[in-house]
Design a protein around this ligand. Structure first.
Ligand code: NDP
Length: 246
């Protein structure tokens, strides 16, 4: 049985990586998926084609977040289309206390925090009651990684936004939850797993003994997007395979 028949989902940053897996999974459950991306036309096209080939419905929308008029461009392309599911997934990395400049700090906050905030602001009037908002955070909010300080701070903001927002929109039956992945095999982490011994070392930190795959995260998002998760809101789900449980 398809659990998301008749629903429309917007997944930011779904041309590649975790977002792509989420888009494909939601489409497999019957949702019509808007595949949002920044600049990689070929990757966005591939995602849409992959969904359509399996009989699903999808369309691509380009809007580079963190630039002037980003959210206007995104919602202009949506043209007032109603939404049931919003997954704020697109994000970029940010660095340590030493290598972060005022410009790179502003950029990572613009893409990872400001954009999701204003996407939600614009999505809420379009969202039908009983809608779902899922924000992708990171296990870096509980694991101290100095080289990702600025990035981790943006994800901390996402955690707070999700919990507080859940309380504000619950009267419409809209749930807001956060999924915090651990190290997952995507382009974002390609440098890490390409480093000699790092995949094994990372896997050893997880109770389940391996690194994450995009589908591991997509399945959690699909659950939160479904009616099965109707009684869960304001929650953060640690989707790390039990990373550093102690
Ligand atoms: P990837 O770098 O593999 O993919 C990023 C996606 O976001 C692409 O679709 C890209 O579009 C889009 N994107 C990037 N920058 C922008 C922008 N400025 N405007 C619009 N879209 C943009 O990322 P992951 O799949 O690894 O990460 C997805 C989410 O998961 C992020 O929120 C990340 O922080 C989080 N996460 C990832 C972990 C991991 O180990 N991979 C661990 C913990 C959290 P385009 O193809 O056009 O460039």
């Amino acid at each position: 049985m398809q659990k998301l028949n008749g629903k429309t989902a917007l997944v930011t940053g779904s041309s590649r990586g975790i977002g792509r897996a989420v888009a494909e999974r939601l489409a497999a459950e019957g949702a019509t998926v808007i595949v949002h991306y920044a600049s990689n036309d070929a990757a966005a096209k591939e995602t849409v084609e992959a969904i359509r080939t399996r009989g699903g419905r999808a369309a691509a929308v380009r809007a580079e977040l963190g630039t002037e008029g980003d959210v206007d461009a995104l919602f202009g392309a949506l043209d007032g289309q109603g939404l049931d599911i919003l997954v704020n997934n697109a994000a970029i990395g940010g660095g340590s206390i030493e290598d972060t400049t005022p410009e790179s700090f502003d950029r990572v906050f613009a893409v990872n925090v400001k954009a999701p905030f204003f996407i939600i602001q614009r999505a809420l009037p379009l969202m039908r009651d009983g809608g779902r908002i899922v924000n992708i955070s990171s296990a870096d909010t509980r694991i101290a990684l100095a080289h990702e300080l600025a990035y981790s701070m943006t994800k901390g903001a996402i955690n707070v936004m999700s919990r507080t927002l859940a309380n504000a929109v619950g009267d419409r039956g809209i749930t807001v939850n956060t999924v915090a992945p651990g190290p997952t095999r995507t382009d974002m982490t390609a440098w890490l797993f390409a480093t000699q011994g790092m995949e094994e070392a990372t896997a050893a930190g997880a109770a389940l003994g391996r690194v994450g795959e995009p589908a591991d995260i997509a399945d959690v998002v699909a659950f939160l997007a479904s009616d099965d998760a109707r009684w869960i809101t304001g929650n953060l789900i640690d989707a790390t395979g039990g990373m550093f449980l102690g």
